[in-house]
Design a binder for this molecule. Sequence first.
Ligand code: DX5
Ligand code: ZN
Length: 216
Amino acid sequence: MSHLVSPSLLAADMGNLGNEVSLVNKSLADWIHLDIMDGVFVPNISFGFPVIKAVKRHSEKPLDVHLMIIDPDRYLSHFSSAGANILTVQYEACQHLNRTAAEIHNLGMKAGVAVNPHTPVSLLENILPFIDMVLVMTVNPGFGGQSFISDSYRKIEKLRGMIDSAGYPVLIEVDGGVDCENAASLVNAGADVLVAGNSIFGSKNPTDTIQKLKLF
Ligand code: DX5
Ligand code: ZN
């Protein structure tokens, strides 16, 4: 399988969201990444259900929703109703991940678990059989436009080894500071899905940048 690209709308022009989504629709992007922040788990607040629903109405691509909120169990059904296809919760924000992953599946979505830069992937050993994706945060979550943490390569390689040796059908997504410079190295290290915000929407030609991130 060739890798997937999931543009993060956090860096898009929010006053022009319909056009930004239609740009993604017409591009080689595979998914649309939506970052939900509660101002508690991360020191920032992004957007909520009305925006997700609006994106869903325009999107021809699956919605890849990344929750940076504490105790996400309270809202899983709301994200499903809003149109999420892949729902990712932060490892550090959950008490009972198995229960959370099972509920996400019951609601008809794919289940992802995100790990902060300080969280070792070894902690995921017992949840891997029950999820569809691990999101490796390659910056500290909360803001777009931060610098990629280069130690992430070792982490991705280690996780790739864990997943492949057990034969789990689990994707590895990377998120934070991804651009045309590091994309190939990330895929070589084992990433399946590249999330990119500023490197796409901050570029002169977002459609071309998506193509560059997709084809190499
Ligand atoms: C950060 C978010 C990212 C963010 C990435 O907390 O999870 O998805 O949008 O933005 P860039 O690609 O600009 O680092
Ligand atoms: Zn994200």
